[in-house]
Design a protein around this ligand. Structure first.
Ligand code: 5GP
Length: 189
């Protein structure tokens, strides 16, 4: 591991576009990339592990973290739960020369751009709106009201693509991951 500060990459994009799947693929295939673990006030889904997928915290604990200035960015996502990126681990990894990846929403990406303008901003796009809707329904983890809320957010998020440095279309997870790795200046394999 060298001591040259590495560059931060922010992956954003509409709900259900597959950011989680792409970042899991990055984690599995490119262990040299460090994936930030966000804090969230939402409850774990089946199979999600505290400290691995998210830090699952109470609203009170989230308040404390905000007050202590522990977040690089945080946002209310889909008008409901709060999600935030703890700042310390991001800076530590970058200082140690480890390429770091954040998978966050648009509001969070804008805060990171304000705080760290040198970061690389990547927009993960669905092949089409119809495909995005199909994926959201197909996932089956949200009720109808929550799905509508997420689709409303997705419409706003899709319109923000031009703010990003790169767009990657998630037509195939492995291909999208390879493209992300190349954009990060690493070698796809
Ligand atoms: P989910 O509840 O499906 O895991 O995530 C919902 C949304 O929250 C996703 O669009 C994801 O990108 C976003 N998200 C996850 N972690 C963070 C974070 O630390 N900050 C922000 N701003 N958004 C996040």
């Amino acid at each position: 591991m060298d001591q040259t500060p590495a560059r931060l990459t922010v992956l954003a994009g509409p709900t259900a576009v597959g950011k989680g799947t792409v970042s899991a693929d990055v984690r599995a295939r490119y262990p040299e990339v460090w994936l930030s673990v966000s804090a969230t006030t939402r409850s774990p889904r089946p199979g999600e592990v505290d400290g691995v997928h998210y830090l699952f915290v109470t609203p009170e604990r989230f308040d404390q973290m905000v007050a202590a200035g522990e977040f690089l960015e945080w946002a209310v996502v889909h008008g409901r739960h709060r999600y935030g990126t703890p700042r310390g681990p991001v800076l530590e990894h970058l200082r140690a020369g480890v390429p770091a990846l954040l998978e966050i929403d648009l509001a969070g990406a804008r805060q990171v751009r304000a705080a760290m303008p040198d970061a690389r901003f990547v927009f993960l796009a669905p092949p089409s709106w119809a495909e995005l809707e199909r994926r959201l329904v197909g996932r089956g983890t949200e009720d109808a009201e929550e799905r509508e809320r997420r689709l409303a957010t997705a419409r706003v998020e899709l319109a923000a693509e031009a703010e990003f440095d790169h767009t990657i279309v998630n037509d195939d997870v492995q291909r999208a991951t390879d493209e992300l790795i190349e954009v990060m200046g690493l070698t796809a394999r």
